[in-house]
Write a protein that binds this ligand. Structure first.
Ligand code: ADE
Length: 219
């Protein structure tokens, strides 16, 4: 069976930040093989006036600049309208719900995601009021923009799309813990590194003993 290609649209003022990230490794191969499509959209393309302004000072004072509602709302509505389905809209925000492996799994089953990246000090609240996105945080710290957070989401979601990881790796998935990492220590060559030797049992070829060792060393 051939699963439908997933699509992620990223709405940002810095689309070039994603260069490199999208070309390499697992993600680069997933895009090349057509399992996933990632489209970047520059909010400035929806800005008006000679200066194509996308940010402005907050009313009432305060530090920094806010992303303006008109270009951002036009951008998201424009991107949404380009194709079906409308997609699930998620805005990157340190005030959002914490992203985790379970949420990544849920998003990997969606046909289309639209990821909205904030910059500057945040969004004009009317962006949230009008578009009603889900808010997603990758952790309790403040980044200078949502782009790095969007990359985290794309990476975590892409590797859960069927076919993106090779058979070898998907077979290993059952050993992955709630955080998506392997639950036991692993080693590769060389057998001894700075007096630290690979546990003998892993070199023994005794699959039952290896499985037992891994169960005992779960963390
Ligand atoms: N934008 C700024 N900080 C962020 C965070 N921690 N998570 C998601 N988006 C952000």
């Amino acid at each position: 069976m051939c699963a439908a290609r997933r699509r992620i649209d990223v709405v940002t003022v810095l689309p070039s930040l994603f260069n490199g990230f999208l070309d390499q490794g697992v993600l680069g191969r997933a895009l090349e093989r057509g399992l996933l499509e990632v489209n970047r959209h520059d909010i400035r393309d929806w800005a008006q006036g000679n200066y194509k302004q996308v940010d402005d000072r907050p009313f009432g004072g305060g530090p920094g600049m806010l992303l303006m509602a008109p270009p951002v709302v036009r951008a998201v509505e424009g991107v949404r309208a380009t194709t079906e389905p409308e997609g699930r809209l998620i805005a990157m925000s340190p005030q959002g719900r914490r992203f985790d492996q379970a949420w990544a799994g849920e998003l990997a089953r969606e046909q289309r995601l639209i990821l909205l990246c904030g910059r500057y000090e945040g969004f004009d609240e009317r962006i949230i009021d009008v578009l009603k996105p889900e808010l997603l945080s990758i952790g309790d710290y403040v980044l200078s923009g949502g782009e790095v957070a969007a990359m985290v989401v794309i990476d975590a979601v892409a590797r859960l799309i069927p076919g993106v990881l090779g058979d070898d790796q998907s077979a290993l998935d059952e050993s992955f813990g709630p955080d998506g990492g392997l639950e036991y220590p692993q080693y590769t060559r060389p057998r001894i590194f700075r007096d630290h030797a690979v546990p003998e049992v892993l070199l023994s070829g005794d699959h039952a003993a290896i499985a037992r060792w891994r169960r005992e060393h779960r963390r």
